[in-house]
Design a protein. Structure first.
Length: 110
């Protein structure tokens, strides 16, 4: 299972390509937000979704924390969850606002 999103105000052409790779290598893909910046998150999601050929294995959960929690709650024994995208960042940029978060401080994810 992979959870990913694409940053806003960045290379739109990569979005459907990333979806194709995620779909090919995963049993389930969860698309969520990842620094939408000033771009409409729904437009980013639509660009990503355009790359999928089988929407039956795709979940769309805009709220990043909810997407991660869904992945964890849905996982079964021996499943691997890849939460891709943030790396060292402990924030998300939405519009001109920087929203901080830290997953390890949220016990529901453990």
């Amino acid at each position: 299972m992979v959870r990913f999103g694409c940053g806003g105000d960045r290379d739109r052409g990569k979005r459907p390509l990333m979806a194709k790779v995620a779909e090919k290598l995963s049993d389930m893909v969860i698309v969520t937000t990842d620094n939408p910046r000033t771009e409409d998150p729904d437009k980013i999601e639509a660009d990503i979704v355009a790359g999928f050929s089988d929407m039956d294995k795709v979940g769309l959960i805009s709220d990043r924390a909810q997407a991660i929690e869904f992945a964890i709650q849905s996982a079964q024994k021996n499943d691997l969850i890849l939460i891709a995208g943030k790396g060292h960042e402990d924030y998300q940029i939405v519009g001109n606002e920087v929203l901080h978060f830290l997953i390890k401080k949220q016990p529901s994810f453990i």
